[in-house]
Design a protein around this ligand. Sequence first.
Ligand code: NAD
Length: 481
Amino acid sequence: MKTADGAEDARVTDFTHTIDGCPETSDAWFDVTNPANGIPFARCPDASRAQLDRAVAAARHAFGSWSSLSFANRRNYLQRFGKALSERAEDLAPLLVREQGKPLAAAKEELSRAPVQIEELSSIEIKNEVLREDAQGRIELRYRPLGVIGIITPWNAPIAIAVGRIAQSLYTGNTAVQKPSPNTPLTTLKMGEISRDILPPGVLNTVAGGNDLGPWMTGHPDIDKISFTGSVAIGKKVLASASSNLKRVTLELGGNDAAIVLDDVDPRAIAPRLFWAAFANCGQICVAIKRLYVHERIYEPLCEALAEIAHTVIVGDGLNPDVQIGPIQNRVQYERVLGILEDTRRTGARILAGGHALDRPGYFVAPTIVADIQEGTRLVDEEPFGPILPIIRYTDIEDVIRRANHTRYGLGGSVWTKDLKRGAEIAARLEVGTAWVNQHRTPDPHVPFGGAKESGIGREYSVLGLKSYMEAQVISVSTAS
Ligand code: NAD
């Protein structure tokens, strides 16, 4: 391929959609940028409306035979898919790093976890239930697959999130059309490519595209459910658009998780765990700690311990194996985080570490610890989704619970204390989908995950999540003569 001025174009173009088991490119392409240097390094095919329609039609066609297979049969297909994906972890990980920015070890972990996710999700049994059996008859509750699932995923963990949704859709007997974020479409397209040799054509279709593709999917008359993972703002649009044919929806949206640290903990001992619960993946995790409430008695030592860690972590291009925190994934998000930093500076808060972009190409921000900050600022009230943590002082437990709950977000939250019983009682009062004690973010396919309030609708994972990919059906047989 040549650039506009006739020079050889070094951007990689080796990416195809998977539609009905076949590779396809598109007439249009878009650039994918490496966030570690800000340079486009690949071109991705941009699916047209006609291509989406063909992907949906292929999924619909495949649904008949796929849904009639047993759970065990579908588990077997999925296990082979997961194994094939993990066998490619070593060679796909650098691509995931180049498009997403995360450290190489984290990229390998994300890819190699695929078979574990699949194994655990497809070991969950969906049981029919007999609701009544008596002289009048027998009433049974069964679960049927919904049909074609549209899976829309974000850029922070493109493979982990997609694999979870694909496994749930396919194991429960549905077929799927999956769309990655245009910021990180490449490894996902490779995953679709791997599926071609394993899954029957049409069972999993993977299409990448720009801003139109998502709305085409959510409004598509022949998609039965949307599993959406992304921001609250787009989640609301998805819900509105999905109403056109009353699609089922699961919305896994943003969070602004509070962690409440009681005065009985050893600040130095818990600082590393709190730090990584906030800064892993450069703070770009839906259930990262985003507001840290610390009792005044241990406030200064904990601030100091967190700032020390922030000063010593290695930030850089994730392809360097020593790097612990990579860049922010894209320019828009980078500029947003810089805007929040600017606003934070104006509040007069104490910046104990970081507080600035790194003077190098790419979207790097130094890990930032902010003390003496309150609600009513952008940093505390919004979801920053970047390497910046506000530490907020409190004195009274009732007051801090109220402040932690004073938000429209409700994804996760945590309480840190030596008193486990008290910790669990406080955790139960947090208005969130998951409340932890002495930990924050423990992904487990057997445990339901999702948000309260505006952090989402429905749950992924566990038997609850699997049933949300199915329709409950009552079979009522009368034996009365
Ligand atoms: P986003 O909402 O901008 O995009 C998510 C996906 O939606 C992308 O694939 C995008 O192309 C697509 N999209 C954009 N406009 C659309 C539309 N009108 N209709 C349908 N689809 C559309 O989110 P993002 O910036 O990619 O991801 C970051 C957000 O995701 C953060 O808020 C984060 O907290 C959240 N997130 C939530 C979870 C969770 O499980 N709760 C997990 C990861 C990320």
